[in-house]
Write a protein that binds this ligand. Structure first.
Ligand SMILES: O=C(O)C(=O)c1ccccc1S
Ligand SMILES: [Mn+2]
Length: 263
């Protein structure tokens, strides 16, 4: 009965506009930055391509449509547990087997924007998270945790977004200990605004790419290239992040959104 009543109230608050639906997603197209891996290590994902089939013309008199060429890990996207070797055994770890209940849930936003602006290789530590919890309350089982860095503001330029030099990409992320602390809290998943759930220098950390390695080993989920986290409260919003139901998919572009009380 309570659930039914609350759903009714949610519906009227949504229609009335007291609850705002925030878009946390970057535009997806040929300019979308994609992760560039060291060529001696791996093959990288292709850039996004949009190909016209028809535009109300001889190829389709009354309709317009396109076909797309894009990697699963393009733009604002969802990382499934089987994406990483540490998560490959999870029977419910692919985009078509993850329970849909995981795609909607409470979200906490840890603001690291000042630190990330001052140090592009900033790493979120357990102490940072504990200080956040002291201010905002304990992170609970089933929560999503997102790292706000305002990095999405670089999305207009792939070079700026990837921020690479001779020593590789430089962008903020979590330490392995911070990720393990959150996993031990029972979080649902971890998200970031940068090209990856890991720091740019994550490949040289222990374990390599600690967010991917530990999150997916624990059958948890990742989100990358999120936008507008500066418009979310530290806690209290509801996140909606549903991947395409790709057969045995390792991830998927998503339309990330959040429900939040209109300010
Ligand atoms: O999961 C991703 O989209 C991603 O960033 C990634 C993919 C493959 C290899 C390394 C990385 S770091
Ligand atoms: Mn990914």
């Amino acid at each position: 009965m309570i659930a039914q009543r609350l759903l009714g109230e949610l519906a009227s608050l949504l229609v009335g506009g007291e609850i705002e639906v925030l878009d946390l997603t970057a535009v997806l197209g040929p300019k979308t930055p994609v992760v560039k891996l060291p060529p001696d290590l791996a093959v990288s994902t292709p850039k996004v391509e949009i190909h016209t089939i028809s535009t109300y013309d001889k190829n389709g008199p009354w309709w317009a449509w396109n076909w797309l060429k894009l990697g699963e890990h393009s733009g604002t996207h969802f990382d499934a547990p089987i994406h990483w070797i540490s998560g490959k055994e999870h029977a419910d770890g692919a985009t078509d087997t993850i329970p849909v209940s995981r795609f909607v849930g409470p979200v906490n936003v840890i603001d690291c924007s000042k630190e990330a602006t001052a140090d592009h290789d900033f790493l979120l530590t357990v102490d940072h998270i504990k200080a956040w919890e002291k201010m905002n309350g304990e992170i609970s089982r089933g929560d999503w945790v997102l790292m706000r860095t305002d990095w999405y503001k670089r999305n207009g330029s792939e070079a700026e977004f990837l921020n690479s030099d001779e020593s590789g990409p430089h962008s903020p992320g979590p330490t392995a200990e911070a990720i393990q602390y959150l996993i031990d809290k029972g979080i649902c998943g971890w998200g970031s605004e940068t090209i990856s759930t890991d720091a740019g220098q994550g490949g040289g950390m222990e374990p390599p790419y600690p967010a991917h390695t530990l999150i997916h080993k624990a059958n948890k989920y990742g989100l990358a290239c999120l936008c507008n986290l500066d418009r979310l409260p530290a806690r209290g919003a509801i996140l909606i992040v549903a991947p395409l139901k790709i057969q045995n998919g390792t991830g998927s572009p998503i339309r990330a959104m959040a429900l939040t009380a209109r300010q």
